[in-house]
Design a protein around this ligand. Structure first.
Ligand code: C2E
Ligand code: CA
Ligand code: CA
Ligand code: CA
Length: 277
């Protein structure tokens, strides 16, 4: 049959401009949301595989848009990165997380590690370390309880400077995690070079465990690899008992996932961290 090229192009353009307009709208909405303080943090427990105790929480940004409802970070973080808003948002996230840690502490909760996601662009900014120092000073946060999660890909660019920044963070007492491990197109040489503490196995591998041949072997290998380099290994996206059992047998150290808890608001986490008295 004949291809109606003209119509196709028309439809394509119309769709494109619609997407483009939506993108512009979202851009200005992100700026407004920031000014109006519309972002929130939810916290997902990080749990010890053996004892099933909470060893930490990961801060995850939330945005309840006035008209569009909940917009996931996977939608707006990439845009925030593109328009440069990630610096202000990232600073807010770190400040808010540290402040929340102190609120829990003052309320008598047991102190556990608090992890914050940092974008590659933030990590590469020359004043990133100064910002972190300033926030720690202002909030009186104990940096030994602070963990920064960076994705595998983000540390691959700009390696020398990244290593310097990471080393300085470690000197301050901050811990470092490689997030989404296994999804990057990196060589694994960095495991040796980078001063990291934790590997977080990406949830795609965990999801595939009982569906795709070879996934179990990949997970096993990743756990072993982490341990070989003296790192603690975290499994992400654990949704069921069977998967937990598998990673327990393979001596994975920590896990996160809906099986234990979805991300919760600060009050709910505070309750979970209450010291028994
Ligand atoms: P991530 O850092 O890999 O975070 C894990 C994501 O998996 C979170 O999605 C979490 O809610 C979700 N999750 C946890 N357990 C399960 C489970 O058992 N099943 C399933 N299906 N999902 C689970 P969320 O909160 O939508 O965040 C998505 C991504 O957005 C994060 O991935 C992170 O890359 C980014 N992000 C979130 N908050 C921030 C932030 O404050 N700053 C930056 N730069 N990025 C952030
Ligand atoms: Ca993360
Ligand atoms: Ca992840
Ligand atoms: Ca991710």
């Amino acid at each position: 049959g004949k291809i109606h090229g003209g119509n196709q192009v028309y439809a394509y353009n119309k769709q494109m401009s619609q997407t483009y307009n939506e993108l512009l709208l979202l851009e200005s909405d992100i700026r407004k949301a920031f000014k109006r303080n519309e972002f929130r943090l939810a916290y997902q427990p990080k749990v010890d595989v053996k004892s099933n105790h909470i060893v930490g929480v990961e801060a995850l940004i939330r945005w309840e848009h006035g008209k569009k409802g909940n917009i996931p970070p996977s939608t707006f973080i990439p845009i925030a990165e593109e328009i440069g808003m990630i610096h202000a948002i990232g600073e807010w996230v770190l400040f808010e997380a540290c402040q929340q840690f102190m609120r829990w502490k003052k309320a008598g909760a047991e102190s556990v590690m608090i992890a914050v996601n940092v974008s590659a662009i933030e990590l590469q900014q020359t004043d990133f370390l100064d910002k972190v120092k300033k926030i720690i000073k202002e909030t009186k946060m104990d940096p030994n309880y602070l963990e920064i999660e960076i994705t595998e890909n983000s540390v691959m660019h700009n390696t020398i400077e990244c290593i310097h920044t990471m080393k300085e963070l470690r000197k301050m007492g901050i811990s470092l995690s490689i997030d989404d491990f296994g999804t990057g197109y990196s060589s694994m040489g960095y495991l040796q070079k980078f001063p990291i503490n934790y590997l977080k196995i990406d949830q795609s591998f965990i999801k595939d465990l009982f569906n795709e041949a070879g996934s179990a072997e990949i997970i096993k290998a990743m756990i072993q690899l982490g341990h070989t380099f003296g790192l603690k290994v975290v499994a992400e996206g654990v949704e069921g008992e069977k998967i937990l059992q598998f990673i327990r047998e393979e001596a994975c150290d920590y896990y996160q996932g809906y099986f234990y808890s979805k991300p919760l608001d600060p009050i709910e986490i505070g309750r979970k961290l209450k010291k028994p008295n």
